[in-house]
Design a protein around this ligand. Structure first.
Ligand code: GCB
Length: 617
């Protein structure tokens, strides 16, 4: 008697059973022994500055796959991207060439009405003509794929990625060939309990390749990571490192700022790293008032990378936040990556210009990019415009804090976020979470996150948006997570979720920390164009009145160093279903999704222009 068929690897049994009864996603995502090994993805810093890239934006064929059928093999193995020659009688049950197309970058939901509510598996395919050169390496750069992605080149699995808001680069050097190449990407937007974020959020789960995709070519040994920042203690040295992937120890590296006539040289160590320390007096420091950027040229062996970098310091002294040594008040607003006018995810310069234009018009010098890393266009544009940034990972509400694998996912997202944006002077705060429950496993998880961020980037500050305790009479900020943070963010909704706007006139604040505070959320909903009295919820007048009272209350908190009210623009959310008012949108925007400013916009604008919200010291 043979037991052979019971000890076959699961994947083989599944193939034998034609995938009818097999738990395909579990097998594949767990990377069973039978699955091909996939190299880890990386993040090429300043990838948007590389000129040696071929954009793969544009039309891609797609196949909707709610049952994840295409992860099968043979007639259902979509990664093979097979097209039968005329006259072939072979049984294949898909054809990318005959399937419709969709734009990349772009969430699928807002591109086709039939896809608006679709969550699940989705296949992208396109062909590209390449002439790979000897001595060069190739990476497929994916700006973001929400939520899980697998990439195949010419039928070979190249990488797997989880996390819908961070960029990743997938090495394809050994798979691309001269002539025609097939690229197949499976994106699965299914929300999962052990994901980051988890199942429920107050924003729309836009699926797909939501940001730019390109093929980047670099020399065999190339600069994949660097950090250059002004030293906090003296503000007269540029410090940091350059990392050269694939470098022999002793590879020559140089860093040059031609306009400042500064140059440093060094050689890589056995880990491909060279430390940089360069005297730099007389630099014009980057600030919202003077967003000065220096052209920086990095060279390592055959590789040259250029970037535009601002130099500034950010630190905490007692309960003050110091920018270039001087106390600063952060006049900001929270922003979702919702595209103005058209809805969907932000993915182009017009989207960014509209959002940042409103921040400037408000008189803002700061923004909270909620609740996940945004498109790199946002952070690049902010550096040029002089807008400081709070950047966040989607550890939102109650993720599964007691799971080590969930911690690893959050850590990976922090790593990818920091690596992509550490060259942007705008970013001053890394936020590790939003509104998390106060319990031991949460505090342990997020204390580790804070430590991890400090290790990865000791030049910036760590924050989180905390919940506050108490009632409208007394509010208490004493969450133990505050100990791990440099700056404490807190959210409160007096006048909206509790009490009426005028209640905040008498609210007393009890704060256990002598640290800088930022009110990371307050606000209320209003439908643009709906008018009435200040007592009528959803009117512009109610929202404006709420802002007036909030500004009065918040100004009584002595260590309030900044504000990012909720939220710049109305955004799509499946948990906001009140007909005639919400219609699927969170209406707490100061501006409607169609760009109409509400009365509260002008209340906040006045406060910011008169420097009347928060105190620098
Ligand atoms: C919050 C959340 C934010 C929501 C907001 C609201 O506390 O952090 O994501 O959208 O409240 O509108 O209720």
């Amino acid at each position: 008697m043979s037991h052979t068929r019971f000890v076959l690897p699961k994947a083989a049994v599944c193939t034998a059973l034609l995938l009818l009864v097999c738990p395909i996603p579990a097998v594949l995502y767990a990377q069973s022994a039978a699955a091909p090994a996939t190299p880890p993805t990386t993040v090429l810093v300043a990838v948007d500055q590389r000129t040696t890239q071929q954009s793969l934006n544009g039309d891609w064929h797609y196949i909707l796959d709610p049952y994840q059928n295409g992860l099968g093999s043979g007639r259902n193995g979509y990664p093979a991207d097979e097209e039968l020659p005329a006259g072939s009688n072979k049984l294949i049950e898909y054809s990318f060439a005959k399937s419709p197309t969709i734009k990349v970058p772009g969430d699928w939901n807002t591109q086709k009405e039939s896809l608006m509510n679709y969550e699940g598996g989705f296949w992208y395919e396109r062909h590209v003509q390449l002439q790979p050169l000897p001595g060069r390496r190739s990476f497929l750069h994916i700006g973001a794929a929400n939520y899980r992605a697998r990439v195949w080149i010419n039928g070979k699995l190249q990488c797997i990625h989880e996390g819908g808001f961070t960029a990743f680069d997938c090495e394809v050097t050994n798979t691309v060939k001269s002539g025609d190449n097939s690229i197949v990407i499976f994106v699965d937007s299914t929300r999962i309990a052990d994901g980051v974020p988890t199942l429920k959020t107050d924003w729309y789960n836009y699926g797909g390749l939501t940001r730019d995709v390109s093929l980047v070519t670099v020399p065999v040994s190339f600069i994949d990571d660097f950090d250059l920042h002004l030293d906090r203690a003296t503000r007269s040295r540029i410090e940091g490192y350059v990392h050269v992937d694939g470098a022999q120890a002793g590879t020559q590296v140089s860093v040059e700022l031609p306009d400042a006539k500064l140059r440093a040289e060094g050689v890589t160590d056995a880990n491909g790293r060279v430390a940089i320390s360069l005297p730099a007096t007389g630099l014009t420091l980057w600030s919202p008032e003077t967003p000065k950027l220096y052209h920086v040229v990095l060279k390592a062996g055959a590789d040259t990378l250029t970037d535009e970098i601002g130099f500034r310091t950010i630190e905490v002294s007692g309960s003050r936040i110091l920018l270039n040594g001087a106390p600063v008040t952060l006049h900001g607003v929270s922003i979702h990556a919702e595209a103005p006018f058209r809805t969907g995810r932000v993915n182009n310069d017009q989207d960014v210009d509209a959002l940042l234009g409103w921040v400037k018009e408000l008189g803002g010098n700061f923004m909270r990019l909620a609740h996940y890393p945004h498109d790199q266009r946002m952070t690049r544009a902010a550096v040029k415009l002089g807008i400081l940034i709070w950047s966040e990972v989607p550890v939102y509400w109650a993720v599964e804090f007691d799971r080590e694998d969930v911690f690893a996912k959050s850590q990976q997202q922090l790593h990818e976020e920091i690596r992509r944006d550490r060259d942007k002077a705008s970013v001053i705060l890394w936020s590790i979470a939003n509104e998390t429950p106060n319990n031991a496993s949460r505090t342990a998880f997020l204390t580790r996150s804070a430590e991890f961020v400090h290790q990865e980037d000791a030049t910036r500050l760590v924050t989180a948006a905390l919940l506050v305790r108490g009632d409208v009479k007394t509010k208490v900020i004493d969450d133990p997570l505050g100990k791990a943070l440099d700056v404490i963010g807190f959210n409160e909704y007096i006048g909206w979720y509790e009490g009426v706007p005028a209640d905040s006139d008498a609210t007393e604040w009890k704060i256990s920390y002598d640290k800088p505070l930022i009110v990371s959320e307050f606000g209320g909903g209003a439908k643009a164009g709906l008018h009435g009295t200040i007592d009528q919820r959803w009117t512009e007048e109610y929202q404006a009145d709420l802002y007036r009272h909030q500004i009065g209350m918040l100004n009584k908190i002595p260590q309030l160093r900044g504000s990012t009210p909720w939220v710049l623009m109305d955004f799509r959310s499946p948990v906001r279903e009140l007909p005639g008012i919400q219609d699927g949108f969170n209406r707490k925007g100061l501006v409607s999704d169609q760009g109409k400013k509400k009365a509260a916009f002008f209340i906040l604008q006045k406060a910011y222009k008169e420097n009347n919200l928060g105190h620098a010291e």
